[in-house]
Write a protein that binds this ligand. Structure first.
Ligand SMILES: C[S@@+](CC[C@H](N)C(=O)[O-])C[C@H]1O[C@@H](n2cnc3c(N)ncnc32)[C@H](O)[C@@H]1O
Length: 228
């Protein structure tokens, strides 16, 4: 099927291995077994994974993991799943989770599209977070942007009715694309009063990429949608 091929061949990331610090490597070698989610084509049972039943939040592309760790630390009552393809970021967050002792965060080191399709049950998530996805500035690369109609439909499938999809970007042209794609979806309601953007919700910590945007003088756009 054409759409399936499109999603599978055009990736939203370029795999750059990067150097692992010794503490990131140590964390990957020693903490993954307890805190990592291996990729497979079987659905994850959240209750088994976390040893409890609780609201589940999934974040795509957590980068160095600092802001996701802060959220999980601030909301011990919720379960968090973070997905990131960049191994140093995964190693860094594994280290943070282990040393802080929080028990409500698990990590996947795989393409979020495959994880969502194959490992996440339909209507199982309370919230999906996508903060500062790769902006792919050049027009010829816009097809690599993760927010596309098929992606939005995939997120809609995985959210419970009433679940929230929260996005943020520091790239205005991408913010407008996000708004247009999501506003065109009949599966979501825009929670902004004028059908555009919202003020940064307090529960979202500033991310590493956002700090970089501030330094470069970029604006920030938050978008909040509810699954119908
Ligand atoms: C621009 S960075 C932002 C990181 C972080 N959210 C922040 O704000 O600091 C985007 C991240 O998304 C990750 N990423 C992109 N596409 C992905 C995918 N399909 N699955 C998992 N991670 C992805 C990249 O590896 C990168 O670390």
């Amino acid at each position: 099927m054409m759409t399936e091929k499109y999603i599978r061949t055009i990736r939203s990331f370029v795999k750059r291995e990067g150097r692992l610090t010794s503490s990131q490597q140590y964390a990957l070698d020693n903490y993954w077994a307890d805190l990592g989610i291996d990729y497979s084509e079987n659905l994850i049972d959240f209750e088994t994974l976390f040893g409890r039943s609780a609201e589940t939040v999934l974040e795509i592309g957590f980068g160095n993991g600092e802001s996701l760790w802060q959220m999980a630390n601030n909301h011990a009552d919720k379960n968090y799943i973070g997905i990131e393809v960049h191994r140093p970021g995964v190693g860094r967050l594994l280290h943070l989770v282990h040393t802080s002792g929080i028990t409500n965060l698990r990590l996947s080191n795989h393409d979020a599209i495959d994880v969502l399709k194959h490992q996440i049950a339909d209507q199982s998530l309370d919230r999906v977070q996508l903060y500062f996805p790769d902006p792919w500035h050049k027009k010829k690369h816009h097809k690599r942007r993760i927010v596309q109609p098929d992606f939005v439909h995939l997120i809609a499938q995985k959210l419970k009715s009433g679940g929230i999809f929260h996005l943020a970007t520091d790239w205005e042209n991408y913010a407008l694309q996000m708004k247009d794609v999501l506003n065109a979806s009949d599966e979501f309601t825009n929670l902004s009063s004028d059908n555009t953007f919202v003020v940064k919700p307090e529960e979202r910590p500033t991310t590493k990429f956002e700090h970089r945007g501030h330094r470069l003088g970029h604006g920030v756009w938050d978008l909040l949608y509810e699954r119908k």
